[in-house]
Ligand binder design. Structure first.
Ligand code: SAH
Length: 212
């Protein structure tokens, strides 16, 4: 299978809606096939989410591009991702920001992601296993926060980890269907925008959903 040609075709498809050249260029360089299990590699460049084991998924490329674009990264930011999963989204962020802290609750996924990211030579991504509090308060404040699992509401624990002027993108809604919400933290009233519908696995923890 010609992964490079498949990748170029996917990026061309996404570029019909995503206009941020930097996001497209970074995604055009990352081998998504490395982040999915062997048996799904032939589907790596379809614009769909794929299972990565333990009931979790690597997100749909278009949604990844949309969420990343909304963070308005310039290259200087420290970014927090909640939900490392395969590590693919962290790789996208690492190409557009100064530093990425990514938090995962399932040690086996964190371990696999670590190996792939190391093999690709990333040195500005730190993977942390999640603790009591959502996110990674030790590293706060962050100029951008990306949550790649769905929450019942915007967790105040995460807004607190956002710098003033910082952006957070998070799927909010029911267990099965959410809206992508963008919050810009401001000194007084935070700015809130809706970026459209989506479907993510659940964000688990205090301030989000219970483990089922
Ligand atoms: N961003 C990933 C996809 C993530 S799927 C990628 O690019 O592949 C959502 C992930 O969030 C799952 O791996 C799940 O285990 C994790 N997760 C759920 N609740 C979490 C929490 N409270 N803290 C950290 N990770 C969490």
């Amino acid at each position: 299978m010609d992964f490079a040609a498949e990748r170029a075709r996917l990026i061309e498809h996404i570029s019909r809606e995503i206009k941020d050249r930097r996001v497209l260029e970074v995604m055009a360089r990352i081998p998504r096939e490395m982040f999915v299990p062997e048996e799904n590699r032939h589907l790596a460049y379809e614009d769909i989410p794929l299972p990565i084991g333990l009931d979790q998924t690597i997100s749909q490329p278009f949604i990844i591009a949309l969420m990343t674009e909304a963070l308005e990264l310039t290259g200087k930011e420290k970014v927090l991702e909640i939900g490392t999963g395969s590590g693919y989204q962290a790789a996208v962020l690492a190409g557009l920001a100064r530093r990425v802290v990514t938090v995962e609750r399932l040690p086996r996924l964190a371990e696999t992601a670590r190996k792939v990211l190391d093999s690709l030579g990333y040195n500005n991504i730190k993977i942390q296993l999640s603790g009591e509090t959502l996110g990674w308060p030790e590293g706060a404040p962050y100029e951008a926060i990306l949550v790649t699992a769905g929450a019942p509401r915007v967790p105040s624990e995460l807004v607190a980890q956002l710098a003033i002027g910082g952006r957070m993108v998070i799927p909010v809604g029911s267990r099965y269907l959410q809206e992508l919400v963008k919050i810009t933290r401001q000194k007084r009233k935070n700015k809130i925008e809706n970026l459209g519908g989506c479907r993510f696995v659940s964000l688990i923890g205090k301030g989000a959903w219970e483990d089922e």
